[in-house]
Design a binder for this molecule. Structure first.
Ligand code: NCD
Ligand code: ZN
Length: 334
């Protein structure tokens, strides 16, 4: 059994900087034709200068692979001049509520107090990518944030909004309420629940923001992904941290999945008899939603077992050591 995916895209990935960037970027670039690169560096990518600098860093880290980095700016109060200068070099702007996740201290304090920015982005047709969590009780943060998504989607009907890494059944339903709402979903939120993180022995390598939720949430996400819901895209939120930042008190949030995404997705879609829907989920939906044309790249996968490595450098991937039934056999450029 084989499948060929054309120009797979990872629409939400953390590539970091320096040594970590050089270590993880090639792993994404090997299997993907492009990806949306998150801006939560320290300090964040929050100026045109830093955007151009980071683009160069990413491009040199992925070379010689064919991989288009779709860059993002870290949301703050920008002037129209800054937005106009940044627009040709990015896909959109990523909004983090202050303190909601890793390296988000410089995020927005009061989301509904930034109307000036949303109107400018709407007028300039710059997509808004959102980490949608309030500061409420951890299991309720995304559900509570739905009100803010409604506020944004209603007031700015021409602003393209992406609900990043959705984890709840409510978020899936919200997608169908507003034409201008889209979403990414990670692989891990399709296959784990909170039980896998803390229900038995605690697994730090499955700890991330937003935290995995209930079985009924996973089911709603899975149904949407397996049916290739036209407003849903793969965004892995692959977020590497060195092993000593994961296996310690105060474990950093982030699951590392970049090198195993496509084999695990093929296994998942195969198990549910939905392999014919995988192309839309890993590329076509994103191309349509963001009006992008990634470089051509064919990735062939086969139902041949592989074992997930224990480590990639100093990073432990999700499900290290587990045997899975699919693997990538080749990637070809035209
Ligand atoms: C991400 C990271 O480590 O940068 N962590 C995570 O748990 N997902 C940040 C984020 O996307 O929330
Ligand atoms: Zn992320």
């Amino acid at each position: 059994m084989k499948i060929t995916l054309n120009s797979p895209l990872d629409m939400h990935v953390h590539l970091r900087q320096d040594e970590m960037l050089r270590q993880v970027a090639p792993l994404s670039a090997e299997h993907f034709a492009g990806g949306v690169i998150m801006p939560n560096l320290v300090p964040p990518v929050n100026s045109v200068e830093r955007l151009l600098w980071y683009t160069d860093e990413v491009r040199s880290a992925v070379a010689p692979h064919t991989f288009e980095p779709y860059m993002t700016l870290f949301f703050r109060n920008y002037t129209e001049t800054e937005l106009l200068a940044a627009k040709p070099h990015m896909l959109g702007i990523k909004l983090y509520p202050a303190g909601a996740t890793t390296n988000s201290e410089a995020g927005v304090q009061e989301i509904t107090a930034m109307d000036h920015m949303y109107s400018m982005m709407q007028e300039l047709d710059i997509p808004l990518l959102v980490h949608g969590e309030t500061h409420g009780f951890v299991m309720d943060r995304e559900r509570e944030f739905c009100e803010i998504y409604r506020y944004l989607a209603e007031r700015y009907p021409r602003l393209r909004i992406t609900m990043e890494h959705i984890t709840t059944a409510e978020s899936v339903r919200l997608l169908d309420e507003f034409e201008n709402l889209h979403a990414t979903v990670t692989l891990h939120h399709l296959v784990i629940t909170l039980d896998d993180v803390v229900g038995g022995l605690m697994d730090p390598h499955l700890f991330c923001k937003p935290i995995a939720k209930r079985p009924e949430d996973r089911l709603a996400l899975l149904e949407a992904a397996l049916s290739a819901h036209p407003k849903l895209m793969l965004g892995s939120d692959s977020a590497p941290h060195p092993i000593d930042r994961k296996e310690c008190p105060g474990c950093a949030a982030g699951v590392f999945t970049a090198p195993i995404l496509l084999p695990l997705l093929a296994e998942l879609y195969d198990r549910h008899g939905a392999l014919d829907k995988l192309q839309a989920f890993v590329s076509n939906n994103a191309q349509r939603i963001y009006r992008i044309t990634p470089p051509p790249k064919s990735v062939e996968l086969e139902r041949t077992p592989m074992t997930i490595p224990q480590r990639y450098g100093n990073v432990v991937p999700m499900w290290a050591g587990k045997e899975i039934s699919w693997s990538v056999v080749s990637t070809t450029l035209p």
